[in-house]
Design a protein around this ligand. Structure first.
Ligand code: PLP
Length: 426
């Protein structure tokens, strides 16, 4: 029925789309989606709306998810092959794909300078679940030492997900307050505070704190890279007070910065006890991982946590491929090189619009352009011109294209973004 509707109305585009959207609104009111776009397919860094006959350059990659591009042929092949073999068997039994992926995550992490003492992996289905596991593991570790050692430190501008646990450590009050009581003993600190102040807080509460969670580059909050010295200092403080450090690499990890992990450039002393990955891990197939060191794993017992779908062979087969591609020196170098093209373009834009653009932040292929005011009209204008971008925080436009985006598509997208900015402020 739906198909027929599309094909019979494909010619008179926009009104056809509006009609479909009007008739297809059986969805809860939690998203504000534009009414001029219904995505029907994608190819690498482009998306198509075949109902309206429009093509878009996609700088969103499904929110930093399709790192290897839309409709990646190899990913499609693996999905098909694995679906023909085994989709799901639950965590009652081992599967080869799950064992391989866990081993690969640990090995590649060490090989590329990430968490040096990475030891075990918990596989699940989404970012928020990966953080949920991380929080539970940190709490268990704390409680094993002292029943009061349960609290979590998070940071202003953080985003860690929407389930009740992950939401509790997500900064934006708009997301939290409608839902009443969340997990108690969460403290939001300001990452820009002096280390001495952060130390005072953490050491004064050491008997009540189980963990600290931080994104090495804050994504949803506005693309704020945390300075290395801050992470080094925080880890040192936490180690001294037996507080488990969790790095949320769900958005900034897996090659996005030009390193396998955003924390991979840090000295070993600043490596986390737990880190979480999702988004790009399945290139769009929902899969996520919580990686822990031996210290954290030692706090866990059979039955402490679980998931029905988590680590299913279908997702693991895809992730094994994703990791093979991304955890590769020349692939990562290429991300950095492409990132330089994007960075240059954005810096030029800032020069051209010094009164409208406040700041450019990021690395690799994760960038934020902070405007003086809320950039909604720019995002809308860009879409009208054929470029998809998303906001981050209140005043920032975020650029997180596929890591496989072609150089000339970066240039074309930059030109469209410039046009959007120009016409918005004309
Ligand atoms: C997207 C995101 C999450 C939540 O992931 P979901 O898969 O949407 O649950 C958590 N942390 C960070 C840093 C994210 O960017």
């Amino acid at each position: 029925m739906y198909k027929r509707q599309i094909s019979s109305t494909a010619k008179n585009s926009q009104s056809a789309l509006n009609k479909i959207l009007e008739e297809k609104t059986f969805q809860v009111t939690t998203y504000a989606r534009p009414s001029d776009l219904c995505v029907t397919r994608g190819v690498n860094a482009k998306l198509y709306d075949d109902i309206s006959n429009k093509e878009y350059i996609d700088f969103t990659a499904g929110i930093a998810v399709t790192a290897l591009g839309h409709a990646n042929p190899k990913v499609a092949e693996i999905l098909k092959e694995q679906a023909d073999k085994l989709v799901h068997s639950s965590n009652l039994y081992f599967t080869k794909e799950c064992l391989d992926l866990s081993e690969k995550i640990i090995e590649k992490t060490k090989l590329f300078g990430g968490q040096h003492d990475a030891s075990k992996v918990f596989l699940c289905n989404s970012g928020t679940e990966a953080n949920e596991a991380a929080l539970k593991f940190a709490k268990k570790h704390g409680i094993n030492h002292n029943p009061k050692k349960q609290g979590i430190v998070a940071f202003e501008n953080s985003f860690h997900g929407r389930t009740m646990g992950a939401l509790s450590v997500t900064w934006n009050a708009k997301y939290r307050t409608p839902f009443g009581d969340l997990i108690p003993n969460v403290s939001f600190l300001n990452i820009n505070d002096e280390l001495t102040a952060l130390q005072d807080f953490i050491s004064s509460k050491k008997n009540e704190l189980a963990g600290l969670i931080v994104e090495p580059i804050q994504g949803e909050g506005g693309i704020f890279p945390i300075p290395a010295e801050k992470l080094i200092g925080l880890k040192d403080i936490c180690s001294k007070n037996d507080v488990v450090v969790i790095y949320d690499e769900i958005q900034c990890g897996l090659g996005r910065t030009g390193n396998l992990w955003a924390h991979a450039g840090l000295p070993k002393s600043a490596h986390p006890d737990i880190f979480t990955s999702a988004k790009a891990l399945g290139n769009g197939f929902p899969i996520a991982a919580t990686v822990v060191n031996e210290k954290v794993n030692n706090a866990l017992q059979v039955g402490d946590h679980g998931t029905t779908y988590g680590g299913n062979p279908l997702g693991c087969a895809v992730s094994n491929y994703v990791l093979d591609v991304i955890a590769d020196k020349s692939f990562l170098e290429n991300v950095s090189r492409k990132g330089t093209i994007l960075q240059k373009g954005l810096l030029n834009l800032k020069e051209e619009f010094p009164n409208e653009i406040k700041d450019i932040r990021g690395s690799g292929l994760i960038w934020g352009v902070e405007f003086k005011d809320a950039p909604g009209p720019i995002v809308q204008k860009a879409r009208e011109l054929g470029l998809l971008v998303i906001t981050a925080g209140k005043t920032t436009v975020r650029f997180v294209p596929a890591l496989t985006i072609e150089d000339e598509i970066i240039e074309k997208g930059l030109a469209l973004f410039r046009d959007a900015v120009k016409s918005t402020f004309a």
